[in-house]
Design a protein around this ligand. Structure first.
Ligand SMILES: [Zn+2]
Length: 370
């Protein structure tokens, strides 16, 4: 195990932050899998699972089980970890400018295309190596300014050379689910089965350039841009949503970490054998995911638990008016698994009340929540 601590200046004069990355196995071995938690710093489940994984991998390495190389970043956003306002932790949006910590990652596709256009060949492996080198150079081209850009730059640098990237998140309250690109689904279906995902949401581009798409997106963009040259998916990525914000539990975290260890065996990164369980869901398009919103303000309650399979027309939320006691029902217009909802129970008009994994695409534009 190699431990690398990256230190960087904070927003405030004289302040400092750090992010620790653990590397297991021969750094040049393949597959290289990058796993991080806590990019949204108020999401504990991913940090717990990444932390436990680092411990499991240290044992696996001692036991001589490493085939590939693993990088694990248990807390990816120390800036967000420090954002505590009047006792409440807020780690999704930067206090400085309100930007989501998991949006606006650099899109390197254009810069890499310019670098490789004349050097691509008919040899897929050579193209992959060429693009990996160009990705690093394109990232280094640009000097980040300020702590958030510096952090984005560092995390991209850690993850971009990996074959497979798992970005661990959670929702307010949720069933296990994941987001990925359609082309990557065959590689992530075993992860969805092992972790018991109840929804798998597929989109080529979700909008906003989140971390996962920033590391994988250039490969699909370059493949479309240069159709006469074989360009593999040199890096695939998923955002794995480990249930809800309060689902931080060492036992559950250890089961999730063990499921990811099994997935690493399936990927060929660790020795061992694994039996894949039956899938708990079929993939659905992110463009078919219904985002329910509150038509009025009031007290929010849910007649059904999160993770329920609901049908169009079914009441999935109720809003009680504080003045009159009138109850406004909120019905699903889509059938599917009610896979995520906020953790709060007081709604303002327009508040997002939850998500249903419908199978028929009906949305376009930016597909993720703000
Ligand atoms: Zn998140």
């Amino acid at each position: 195990m190699h431990r690398h601590r990256f230190n960087f200046a904070g927003r405030g004069a004289g302040t400092k932050h750090s992010v620790t990355a653990f590397t297991f196995g021969d750094p040049d071995a393949r597959p290289h899998v990058h796993i991080q938690g806590g990019l949204h710093a108020d999401e504990g489940p991913g940090m717990m699972v990444a932390r436990l994984l680092a411990d499991l991998l240290a044992v696996a390495e001692k036991d001589g089980r490493m085939i590939g190389t693993l990088t694990v970043v248990p807390f990816a956003n120390s800036l967000g970890l420090g954002q505590i306002l009047h006792g409440d932790h807020a780690g999704r949006f930067d206090f400085y400018d309100g930007r989501n910590f998991n949006r606006d990652y650099p899109d390197l596709a254009e810069r890499v295309a310019a670098r490789v256009a004349h050097d691509l060949t008919l040899d897929e492996a050579a193209n992959r190596a060429l693009i990996r080198t160009a990705l690093s150079a394109a990232l280094q081209d640009h000097e980040p300014v300020g702590p958030v850009e510096t952090l984005r730059h560092h995390l991209m640098g850690c993850a971009m050379q990996a074959d497979v990237v798992l970005d661990l998140h959670c929702d307010g309250e949720a069933a296990m689910h994941l987001y990925t690109q359609p082309a990557a689904w065959p590689t992530f279906a075993p992860l969805a089965a092992l972790t018991g995902c109840r929804a798998a949401l597929l989109a080529e581009v979700s909008g906003g350039n989140p971390f996962d798409e920033a590391v994988s997106g250039p490969w699909t963009a370059l493949s479309a841009r240069f159709p006469d040259h074989p360009i593999p998916l040199g890096c695939i990525s998923t955002t794995l949503e480990l249930r809800g914000r309060s689902d931080v539990c060492r036992d559950m975290g250890m089961r999730d970490a063990q499921a990811i260890m099994d997935y690493l065996i399936w990927l060929g990164a660790l020795t061992g054998s694994v039996d894949l369980p039956d899938a708990a869901c079929a993939p659905t398009p992110l463009a078919g995911s219904e985002a329910l919103t509150a038509p009025v303000a009031g007290l929010l309650s849910y007649p059904v638990p999160v993770g329920t399979q609901v049908t169009a027309g079914q009441v999935v939320a109720e809003i009680t008016d504080l003045d009159t006691g009138t109850v406004t029902p909120v019905q699903a217009t889509t059938s599917g698994v009610f896979y995520a909802r906020p953790a709060t129970r007081i709604a303002e008009a327009g508040k997002r009340l939850g998500k249903i994994a419908g199978s028929v695409p009906f949305r376009d534009g930016a597909l993720l929540s703000p």
